[in-house]
Design a protein around this ligand. Structure first.
Ligand code: PEP
Length: 255
């Protein structure tokens, strides 16, 4: 009975071609059946963003998309000499309403630091996008008992000041749980989400408790209900299982 409305966000990573529109259409068709449980967001590769966003508009109800569309990364600048990069203003122009920043794969593959992630989140806000900021410990850090320290440091460094429930979503994604089929125990998820909620409330006062905190890492239909019932879990960031409409919608139905 959390007061915060859950969000199920799909991260397609580097998957999807034009033919994937049929899968996205299946999500749009099924969405009305689960919208009493959760909001839905799909983050396809940037090549599909504009076509997904315009398809989503054509399925909209009373001007609201049944599935929102987001991006997986952005540059911090508005424009300029940054070959291959995409400005958040471009993502908004293509129909995105949110952008994931600081995903562990970006942190690992592209050396993104907390300071870089913070600048990207600020840039997302400048363009009117909600920033989905990802944090989470590695296996080694968990084994060393440093999970809360690591998450606390990432939160402090990656989140800009002036976060609100409208402009920020936090995703707790233990690195060792991403794409592995492994998940933390519900007790461990509860502990970290409580910790994040407390930090957000300390820092952002009244806004803190209504900032959504998503769990991510090997969420699938068979474990979603249990994970989504954990206190302070306000939805999920879903990788692999977000590629199939049936799985994605079943996860939302478990909220
Ligand atoms: C992710 O990369 O955000 C993720 C949670 O992946 P998966 O669901 O495949 O573990």
């Amino acid at each position: 009975t959390d007061a915060v409305r859950p969000l199920i966000a799909g991260n397609w990573k580097m998957n999807g071609l034009k033919a994937s529109m049929t899968e996205f259409e299946a999500m749009l068709r099924g969405a009305p059946d689960v919208l009493d449980k959760a909001d839905l967001l799909v983050c396809p590769p940037v090549t599909l963003l504009a076509s997904f966003a315009s398809k989503a508009s054509s399925f909209g109800q009373e001007g609201r998309h049944v599935v929102s569309v987001g991006a997986q990364d952005c540059h911090k600048n508005v424009s300029g000499a940054h070959t291959g990069d995409i400005a958040p203003e471009m993502l908004a122009d293509a129909g995105a309403t949110a952008v994931i920043v600081g995903h562990s794969e970006r942190r690992a593959d592209h050396g993104e630091t907390d300071a870089v992630v913070r600048e990207k989140a600020l840039a997302a806000w400048r363009a009117g996008l909600t920033a989905i900021v990802c944090i989470g410990e590695t296996q080694g850090e968990r084994d060393a008992g440093k999970t809360l320290d690591v998450c606390g440091t990432q939160l402090q460094g990656s989140l800009p000041d002036d976060a609100t429930s409208g402009n920020l979503i936090v995703a707790y994604e233990p690195v060792w749980a991403i794409g592995t089929g492994l998940t933390p125990t519900v007790q461990d998820v509860e502990q970290v989400h409580k910790f994040i909620c407390d930090r957000l409330t300390e820092r952002f006062k009244n806004e803190g408790p209504s900032i959504r905190i998503l769990y991510g890492g090997s969420v699938k239909p068979s474990n979603a209900r249990e994970l989504m019932a954990v206190p302070n879990v306000n939805g999920a960031l879903v990788g692999g299982a977000s590629l199939k409409a049936a799985d994605f919608l079943a996860i939302a139905a478990g909220c």
